[in-house]
Design a protein around this ligand. Structure first.
Ligand code: TRP
Length: 329
């Protein structure tokens, strides 16, 4: 199979990655690193586009890096790097921003959502998708493993690549999203997807079994099912959607039947799920603990990752500047 460049990034906006990150994007990354040339990044410059806590940022960056490794990203196979360690991300972002209209950016859904949520419409927030396009194009990446919510951003990155290639020279391949089938992991709060920035919505990769049990016990289920004797509708229940991701078909159909026939209660159903998830996360949890005990190792991995990323970035920037008439000698 043809070896392609792959890029993906995760924002350090929470304390730990969660099941949604894992099933929505990381499983795809693990698959890709076996046959492609992958660059995985902690995108800290994206995280500062909305209000954040200064004293927590550096630990959060480190935590995401640890989570990448614990989930199975292998620094022998992939480049793991922190975005702000390679200044070319910002340099290319400036250049690409000159090819895009403000009008186009202000109509992207994520921008409008974030302005509504944070009440600030900073220039960084507006150009967030430009920086993301720069992340991808800087490595001439062709594949981008992401969750479904990022599709408009990938489409935008493709437009930016086309705009550059048309205006100057064909430098960039058009990147493609690498979507995981059906891996939108529902929030425990009953609406939307698990999100790092919505406390209570997620199960973290580092959660201990007791914590997982407790979080699930409090999770919202089919609102029509108030008591054990009410029959529930699994397709309206987020906990059931999680079961679909974790539980084998035989047991899954028993659970669905038990819910509809009111023969199993929500707590019982949740306890089964808690066990499945705890077991599934056990190897990640253990690797994470071992890695956290050796901070020098993590530092070395990131230093090496930055170096390898930088040399790829420099090669692209040379082509970009040459195409644009920015090189004088
Ligand atoms: N916007 C992405 C998210 O919030 C993070 C991201 C930044 C990213 N740059 C990227 C993802 C480049 C893929 C490729 O999930």
């Amino acid at each position: 199979m043809e070896r392609k460049r792959v890029f993906s990034g995760i924002q350090p906006t929470g304390d730990s990655l969660h099941l949604g990150n894992y099933l929505g994007a990381m499983v795809g990354m693990l698959d890709l690193q076996e046959q492609h040339e992958c660059i995985f990044s902690v995108v800290d410059y994206h995280a500062i586009t909305v209000p954040y806590e200064t004293e927590r940022l550096s630990q959060r960056v480190l935590n995401v890096a640890l989570d990448y490794l614990a989930a199975g990203i292998d620094p022998q196979k992939s480049v793991l790097m922190v975005q702000s360690d390679v200044h070319e991300h910002v340099e290319l972002s400036w250049i690409l921003g000159c090819l895009i209209t403000v009008n186009k950016l202000s109509h992207l859904p994520t921008y409008k959502d974030k302005v509504a949520r944070y009440g600030v419409a900073g220039l960084g927030l507006l150009s967030y998708p430009v920086l993301m396009a720069a992340d991808i194009l800087l490595y001439e990446a062709e594949l981008v493993p992401v969750g479904q919510d990022q599709l408009p951003h990938i489409e935008f990155a493709r437009e930016v690549a086309r705009a550059f290639n048309r205006r100057f020279e064909p430098v960039f391949p058009e990147p493609q999203a690498h979507l995981m089938p059906g891996a939108v992991v529902p929030s425990l709060l009953g609406q939307g997807a698990m999100s790092k920035s919505v406390p209570g919505s997620y199960i973290a990769l580092t959660d201990e079994p007791a914590v997982i049990g407790k979080k699930l016990a409090g999770a919202v289920t089919d609102p029509a099912r108030q008591r054990l004797r009410d029959s529930g509708e699994p397709t309206r229940c987020n906990v059931y959607t999680l079961h679909e991701l974790y539980t084998l078909p035989q047991q899954l159909s028993e659970i669905a039947a038990g819910c509809r026939g009111a023969t199993i209660g929500c707590l019982e159903c949740k306890a089964v799920l808690a066990e499945e998830i705890s077991e599934g996360l056990a190897p990640i949890r253990e690797r994470r603990r071992a890695l956290a005990a050796d901070p020098n190792y993590m530092r070395d991995v990131l230093r090496d990752g930055a170096q390898r990323a930088r040399s790829m970035a420099e090669a692209t920037m040379f082509k970009v500047k040459q195409a644009m008439g920015l090189l004088t000698a």
